[in-house]
Design a protein around this ligand. Sequence first.
Ligand code: NAP
Length: 495
Amino acid sequence: MICVSIGRGRHRHMIAEFRHLVDEGAQLVELRLDYINGEVNLKRLLNDRPCPVIVTCRREQDGGMWKGSEKSRQLLLRTAVAEGVEYVDLEEDIAAEIPRFGTTKRIISHHDFAATPGNLDEIHRRLCRLDPDIVKIATMANHWHDNVRILRLIDQSEIPTVGMCMGEIGTPSRILAARLGVPFTYATFHHERALAPGQLSFSQMTNVYNYNMIRPDTEVFGVIADPIGHSLSPLIHNAAFQHFKMNRVYLSFRIPREDLLEFLTDAPDLGVRGISVTIPHKEAVIRHLTKIDGAVLGIGAANTVIFESDKSIAYNTDYRAAMNSFDQTMGIVPGSKQALSSKTALVLGAGGVAKALVFGLKRRGATVVIASRTESRAVELAKQFECQTTTWERRHTVKCDVLINGTPVGMHPNVDETPFEQHHLRPNMIVFDTVYNPEQTLLVKQAREKRCKVISGVDMFVNQAALQFKLFTNQEAPIELMREQIKRATGAAKL
Ligand code: NAP
């Protein structure tokens, strides 16, 4: 079950959000009395309530907004109990002051906004001694493994425990706890109004992660990155899983560089069966895996890992997707090795995507010239794959049949930028922009105007996600559904 927290300054707004949430399917709502400006009118909030509530009134020291006296806060909580609210949230130090009464269930809570402390078990034992119906522990995750510690605590507890890590690193714990049968998890009314760091909205929890369908045997997938940003992968993979009614969920894991090995070690025990890998882990991940496919070895980077019994296997679907997109546009028979032997390709950028593309272009026999803002990276990449280089400033002088943008230039929000001036584009040139947000980058628009053949980043993104889906599930992906999801998320559907 999802408990949606509402914190509004005015009673009217709180009641309106409460009713709206119930219309949207919420079954439990937390009323954060500390957000109300001025005197709290409990009766007004509780009368005719459309679903059960948790009444919470947090002090500033516990991350709340309460400005009144401690005496009046406790009076409010006692009154809520006397009014017969379904749950009341009591911090450890006041639990003994608010006696059990009637049918109200007691949530005894502990918050730590700085860290997940070493003595988590001891804190939990203390809370369990305070006559709880439910224990709640929310701590800040500074390392990936903090999530695992909280999840183990939930798993081992005899008293129902709602445990979660806060912060972006801790967000997965809010969803993974469902596999352990937690009584509920917390979500916020709107994703831009989180009441605790790392909280997801009710809509994200239900529409993207399908939280209420997560069970102990739900298989877990996800993307690992740092920063995690607004990755589109959860949107498209979860939509595909839900399309086939699969018992699977796909999460965003923010994994700092130094936590990578620990994550890979922990993952199988948490039910993780496969991951997408992105910046900054694509290269580092390889040395921790048991099996590596040929393309990963050649490129030196992986973007997909599958966990299979005691094996972890690396793949690179970026490379295959880029080449599939290429073959479709060029009419190349898949797998033909020298199809580009008479072509010159100019690759802009020398990062992960450029590397995958250079590997594929060389395999198809193309002459490749690399231009990168940081010249030494271009030189290094060229050495690895026997390519030529030019400086970033002289990139327009290269006579090329294929132009590839492997830089983020043109990506949202810098949509007025292009990495290549339009008057150097020629009709029938193949222009491949790997940027997918937006799909219609300035480079793509200008290339179309010049009657170039265009491959968009969305083509590649959908292709690579579809290949990952196949690796994750052994089934063909619903490609059109995935494409629609990306277009809707990036606003391209409106174009
Ligand atoms: P990366 O490893 O960080 O490499 C980025 C490359 O772009 C580097 O060579 C960097 O040069 C260069 N660059 C960055 N900002 C630049 C600027 N303002 N002007 C000129 N060059 C610049 O990143 P990546 O993983 O290769 O990703 C690059 C882009 O590919 C992403 O932004 C994304 O849009 C796209 N991508 C698309 C897909 C897809 O499926 N369509 C998948 C992955 C990535 P320096 O070394 O000088 O920083």
